[in-house]
Design a protein around this ligand. Sequence first.
Ligand code: ADP
Ligand code: MG
Length: 339
Amino acid sequence: MPSIQVMSEQLANQIAAGEVVERPASVVKELVENAIDAGGTAIEITVAEGGLDLIRVVDNGAGIEAEEVATAFQRHATSKLLEDRELFRIASLGFRGEALPSIAAVARVECVSAPQSDGLAQRLVIEGGRVVSAGPIGAPQGTDMTVRDLFYNTPARLKYMKSIQTELGHISDYVYRLALAHPGIAFSLRHNGNQLLRTPGNGDRLQVIAAVYGTNTARGMLALEGEHPDYDLRGFISKPELTRASRTALTTIVNGRYIRSFALTQSILQAYHTLLPINRYPLAVLEIGMHPSLVDVNVHPSKLEVRFSKEPELRAFVQETVRACLARQTHIPGQQTQR
Ligand code: ADP
Ligand code: MG
């Protein structure tokens, strides 16, 4: 029998990377979420070749102290989880401390981070989990993360990647959702030199909808708001005549976090019920606030799925709020034409 050994941190990180870093969009997701957690108000994302050649995320947030930059790339190192019991009321986007070490295990990463505006930054280069260089450098406040040659040392994973257009589609979809979830942050997304998205960051969600879906679509949206003892709901839904061929334009945000939820999507679709032609779907951007104890975000490492502890009540509330908004819109003109 071979003897039992503890695997090296490098190997553990590569294995974890298989779960956390599925494709280029996962890297974008983790880096942008870190930028949001750091309080950045302007986040610039630059991508080349669907993210396989280059992913760069620059923020103007809190930065990382020079002596902590290397620590940030260690497994389970996080500044976002202070005690075990806090797992039950997580408010920030990240909390597992797995993203940076996982990304660095399967790519060439350069991190430049400055915690103050005095021009002093720390630069760290890690390739395949090994520190290549570290030292001081000049930079404005914030963090500048560059990820090159994703999966260069895991050829099996690289072979599995789809076309550049497909990978870019996953990236832009995710950045659009984050921009919709955070209208107070100015987002910029560029791919191979083309500007794909620019949002003003002034807090106006309808302007983000216009930037993502176009101004005509933004004009066809209805504002909605609802109150409930456990939940508050606000956002925009499309007029029934403004439909799409797929249900992908339903964006749900819980406590500031973009999430995917079958329950919430179904509630919205059921509210439209007979108002939509067959195989046509509405657009919606709904933000729901609730006490953190009512939602479990610790379900999956990619953290897109959540679990609601009072799901039937939540579904009923969302469906009723959307239905009431649509009823106001469709009934009032109808009554006028009867006169
Ligand atoms: P997590 O986000 O789960 O804490 P990560 O591996 O993504 O784990 O990041 C580790 C730590 O590095 C974070 O907790 C944070 O302290 C720091 N960090 C990462 N990215 C940034 C950033 N853009 N700005 C400031 N700090 C950052
Ligand atoms: Mg993170």
